[in-house]
Design a protein around this ligand. Sequence first.
Ligand code: HEM
Length: 95
Amino acid sequence: MKGKLRLDSFDAMMKGGKNGATFVPGRPDTSMLLARVFLHPGAGDLMPPKEEKQLSEAKKEALYTWIEGRPIPASLAKTAKDGLKSAPAKDDANR
Ligand code: HEM
């Protein structure tokens, strides 16, 4: 809310935050949202903030794949949903 960004509905997510859209479908390379999620844990701009619960590697991968506009591989979707702490991205061959 402080960043004027809501991620709890598709419409709000597409509208973006105080700096506008945080991603363009099909362009993960230009996405500010992905950039902040994939930052080094020590970086000040990391999202969620470092004192908050972090996304698992599987969730980050699933988010990237979704913004890319590709189907999320079933095993990755399952792993992300299960909320495992860090799942290896073993579906690279299918993406
Ligand atoms: C996966 C979860 C999250 C994602 C993808 C995310 C992403 C982002 C992005 C992209 C911005 C910049 C918005 C803009 O400049 O237009 C932002 C800002 C912000 N977020 Fe998050 N966020 C997440 C979770 C959280 C949580 C859990 C908190 C606090 C408990 C939080 C607090 C903030 C604050 C305070 C800002 C404004 C200050 C700043 O830009 O650093 N975020 N977030």
